[in-house]
Design a protein around this ligand. Structure first.
Ligand SMILES: Nc1ncnc2c1ncn2[C@@H]1O[C@H](COP(=O)(O)OP(=O)(O)OP(=O)(O)O)[C@@H](O)[C@H]1O
Length: 252
């Protein structure tokens, strides 16, 4: 891949459910290393777009390139192995397992262990080391023994981000990472997202405009299944079509 190849590039992407055209020809480029937010009104197709990129839905037409390689229509685990990892709005953790066990499961899986990992003690050590690194990165080292189910909501979302980065993916998709959070929890998760995306490419769906304008290097606005603008936060804020279609006075 040369420096000009986008981390992620969607071209002419379409998705229909029966007669309904939900994604209607999306072109979108996410530059390596940037934090890119997708915003848009309810029902615009943001989650559907994420499902297409992560392989959970098959496109009706168009192309999705990850570092220049076509991934449209591949299975989610194949896309994941190629370096794209996605978190879910619905929490993805095992509530009865400890924080440590949750992250270690994801790490073992990412290192290629399935059912015989206890046979290789050195590799197990690798997994333990990696688990510790991730817990440090998401600021949950001091909660390592705690069952994930009793963490605060904000901590659970942090853990979920930990599971998303466990596989060494360098393109992260975060789906509404601050949804349902208090102000303090949001601040903590924003800090965490800033940290984990420092050496990764980030594409996120986010409804909280403060978070979007605080974090994103670029913003794409999805309205009725089409990207009507893709630009820097300042230009998005000043874009008359975006104001009219979506932002209103909210971000003014
Ligand atoms: N499996 C499906 N079958 C039929 N219609 C669907 C399906 N999935 C989504 N849709 C429709 O596609 C449209 C876009 O939904 P989507 O969830 O992608 O929007 P969104 O922008 O993520 O909305 P929100 O911000 O409310 O989460 C909606 O009208 C929804 O009803």
């Amino acid at each position: 891949m040369n420096a000009a190849t986008p981390a992620l590039q969607l071209s002419g992407l379409r998705k229909s459910f029966g007669q309904m055209d939900i994604i209607r020809g999306v072109d979108l480029s996410v530059v390596e290393g940037e934090r890119h937010a997708i915003i848009g009104p309810n029902g615009a197709g943001k989650s559907t777009l994420f499902h297409l990129v992560s392989g959970h839905l098959q496109p009706s037409a168009g192309s999705i390139r990850l570092r220049g390689e076509e991934i449209a229509g591949l299975a989610p685990q194949v896309i994941n192995r190629r370096g794209l990892s996605r978190s879910f709005q619905v929490t993805n953790i095992f509530p009865r397992l400890s924080v440590w066990e949750n992250v270690r499961c994801a790490t073992l899986w990412a290192l290629g262990y399935r059912y015989s990992f206890w046979r290789d003690v050195d590799k197990l050590k690798d997994a333990n080391r990696r688990t510790e690194e991730i817990l440090a990165e998401i600021d949950l080292l001091d909660r390592w023994r705690t069952p994930a189910g009793v963490l605060t909501y904000g901590e659970q979302r942090a853990l979920e981000i930990g599971l998303t980065i466990a596989g060494n993916a360098d393109v992260l998709l975060l789906d509404e990472p601050t949804a349902g959070m208090s102000h303090a929890e949001t601040e903590r998760v924003v800090k965490l997202i800033r940290k984990v995306s420092e050496n990764r490419t980030l594409l996120m769906i986010e409804h909280d405009m403060h978070v979007v304008f605080d974090l994103a290097d670029r913003i794409s606005v999805l309205v009725y299944g089409e990207v009507i603008a893709s630009d820097t936060p300042a230009r998005i804020k000043a874009n008359a079509a975006v104001q009219q279609a979506y932002l209103g006075t909210e971000a003014a």
